[in-house]
Design a protein around this ligand. Sequence first.
Ligand code: ZN
Length: 223
Amino acid sequence: MKKEKAIVVFSGGQDSTTCLFWAKQQFGEVETLTFDYGQRHKLEIECAQQIARELGVPNTVLDMSLLNQLAPNALTRTDIDITQEKGQLPSTFVDGRNLLFLSFAGVFAKQRGARHLVTGVCETDFSGYPDCRDSFIKSLNVTLNLSMDYPFVIHTPLMWLTKAQTWKLADELGAFPYIRENTLTCYNGIKGDGCGECPACQLRKAGLDTYLSEREQSGERAI
Ligand code: ZN
């Protein structure tokens, strides 16, 4: 795939930045696509743009503010708190978000002459978002190909990884310190290790702690 071009769906978070490093290793040419849907923190967009700049890949920001009209929730509206009841989807859930993002990414990719799409969706650790599941991605891949008569391939390098394994992949790609320091996962808009208290930070920290203790046990030098 070294001569081919890929579009990475890119938020500037840990997962999509890991995907970006992965894609840079796999493909000859890589571009990033970031969706602006009125996130709580404009910082997320700026963070994505900065990472793209630092890694030397083009970035395009697409206006997806219509998502706000469709599904007002805690990610897009600052007047709703981020909460998660046991056994339910968190209040950050937006119905069909990945369906919409990946469909727009497909149209964008074809215009750019790319047939590879890379997304950081993951079935393992997440809270049950139906459009993060592998079956959905495979189904959408077929639909995209039929809709545009074009041979898309959707890549999901994180699909079956735990958060700890995603850190391991970052390390194998030589990107561990960069991703730890420069990505934004925190719902409170704090880069790197974040606020430490929101659900996103807790999930990220649990994975990081697991990975670091595994790495220590395996006798490798901690960075
Ligand atoms: Zn946080």
